[in-house]
Design a protein around this ligand. Structure first.
Ligand SMILES: O=C(O)CCC(=O)C(=O)O
Ligand SMILES: [Fe+2]
Length: 200
């Protein structure tokens, strides 16, 4: 299935709802749920330490380090399953990636707040390739500045096996989020492949 460009101003967002066959996506969900060393990280929110409302893991090349709160962090090594996925995603996007951030949304109350993936480590026009496995969750996009980018917020339902790619000016002009849902919801696992450009 091909990636299709969404018609959004000041953005380049592509979606393939059927990047992986449904059964392969389900098998991969269960394998990764069980084999990844999931952690619930603390973040500072308005000066308070709180736990992130999801589990995370970070894998990549040893050189793909990240500076965070004055620390130089190194990713976990690629597992065979993650290495294989990296190759598939690189072929589909024509882009090289050296790390992947994994998010496990255990149920509907797990979420990701509004943000852009615009850390300096990702360069000026980052390519983020986001693979979803498991329960369908709503992915929201909205302009950072409504005058500069006049467009209503966008909602995309990301089914199991879908690949979403954000590139070009997207992180500069748009924010994205995965809101909580009150509906009973099974686990969703999301992998965002990234290229950390200071990794030389
Ligand atoms: O779970 C998703 O679809 C989004 C994840 C995300 O935005 C991120 O990891 O930066
Ligand atoms: Fe993000």
């Amino acid at each position: 299935m091909p990636l299709t460009l969404l018609p959004l101003p000041h953005a380049e967002v592509w979606l393939d709802e059927h990047f992986l066959p449904f059964d392969a996506a389900t098998a991969l969900l269960h394998e990764l749920e069980q084999t990844i060393a999931w952690r619930q990280e603390a973040i500072r929110l308005y000066g308070r330490e709180v736990l992130q409302p999801r589990l995370t893991a970070w894998h990549g090349d040893p050189a793909a380090t990240y500076r965070y709160s004055g620390l130089q962090l190194t990713p976990q090594p690629w597992t065979p399953a993650l290495q294989k996925l990296r190759g598939q995603v690189e072929t589909a996007t024509g882009t090289a990636f050296n790390s992947v951030l994994l998010n496990l949304y255990r149920y509907g109350q797990d979420s990701m707040g509004w943000h852009a993936d615009d850390e300096p480590e990702l360069g000026s026009a980052p390519v983020i390739a986001s693979l979803s496995l498991g329960a369908t969750r709503r992915f929201r996009l909205r302009p950072r500045d409504a005058r500069e980018t006049p467009h209503a917020p966008v909602s995309l339902d990301l089914p199991s096996g879908s690949l979403l790619v954000m590139r070009g000016p997207t992180q500069q002009h748009w924010l994205h989020a995965v809101p909580k849902t009150a509906r009973p919801t099974d686990a969703r696992l999301n992998l965002t492949f990234r290229l950390i450009v200071n990794a030389m």
